[in-house]
Ligand binder design. Structure first.
Ligand SMILES: Nc1ncnc2c1ncn2[C@@H]1O[C@H](COP(=O)(O)OP(=O)(O)OP(=O)(O)O)[C@@H](O)[C@H]1O
Length: 260
């Protein structure tokens, strides 16, 4: 991909610093996400991947720095923010974060009720379209989360994240807890949705197979910053953590799977 113009940048993080008491998580971190790409965020445990995601979607405020999403400053006073912004992204939290007392259908309708003026009469049909879109059978619509398998719950969370036709999709460890076959199918689904819906996808993952299968670029959180590049570039990087991550046993297995 060639150098991105300003219009191509859908998320722009500049000079981000995050501290909790005396602990510094991010320090002067910069990151650009380009329109239409799938970018994977990786890093050791506690390097601040989930915190970064929460800051990008405005659930947490950084200590310093600026984050623009779809041209709007999400670090600004929430009062000054466009209320439409939340309609333009979808988030799949870890474990799907479904409401246990609601059916799958009702879960998918939640963002429509909270954030849109879709008429009641259209909600059911829209939810059914989203459920089909993520590859779940029609009869799963009436099931409660406790009646769904782990893989189905992830797909259900994805259907809810897609409820309002977002431009931008955030995924927090989407394949964690899935067996390798279910994880590979989920990767295929994300790839297909990205292509058919023109989504930009930001994905926190520990799954090297996903990085190989679907990510255009990877942001590695090391030394409190983000080192960003294409897979080939990171494979040639000599940072000790990055080397260990990509060239250790799991990295070699993922690379072998890709070329098998
Ligand atoms: N609300 C909070 N208050 C204080 N410390 C926090 C808070 N949220 C996160 N942290 C700390 O910030 C650090 C980064 O947390 P985060 O959950 O972003 O890590 P992560 O990179 O997603 O890790 P993992 O891969 O283990 O999920 C951790 O040390 C965590 O304890």
């Amino acid at each position: 991909m060639s150098a991105a113009s300003d219009d191509d940048i859908i998320i722009r993080v500049r000079g981000l610093t995050t501290r909790f008491g005396s602990q510094t998580i991010h320090e002067n971190l910069d990151l650009d996400v380009r329109r239409g790409e799938v970018i994977g965020i990786v890093g050791g445990s506690g390097t601040g991947k989930s915190v970064l995601l929460k800051e990008i979607i405005g659930l947490m405020q950084p200590t310093e720095g600026k984050i623009e999403v779809l041209g709007q400053d999400v670090t600004a006073d929430p009062e000054g923010r466009d209320i439409d912004l939340r309609q333009r992204w979808g988030v799949l939290f870890q474990e799907g974060a479904l409401f246990s007392s609601l059916t799958l259908q009702q879960n998918v309708e939640v963002p429509m009720r909270e954030l849109s003026d879709i008429p009641e009469s259209l909600m059911e049909e829209t939810a059914r379209v989203k459920i089909a879109m993520v590859g779940l059978p029609p009869d799963s619509a009436v099931k409660f989360p406790s009646e769904l398998s782990g893989g189905m719950k992830k797909r259900a969370g994805l259907a809810r994240a897609l409820a309002l036709d977002p431009e931008l999709l955030f995924l927090d460890e989407p394949t964690a807890g899935l067996d390798p076959i279910a994880a590979a199918k989920f990767d295929e689904l994300i790839k297909h949705l990205r292509e058919s819906l023109g989504l930009t996808v930001v994905m926190i993952t520990h799954d090297l197979d996903s990085l190989y299968a679907i990510c255009d670029r990877i942001a590695v959180l090391v030394d409190k910053r983000a080192k960003v590049g294409r897979l080939e570039e990171l494979l040639a990087d000599d940072h000790p953590w990055i080397r260990e991550y990509f060239h250790g046993p799991r990295g070699r297995a993922a690379a072998a799977g890709k070329t098998a």
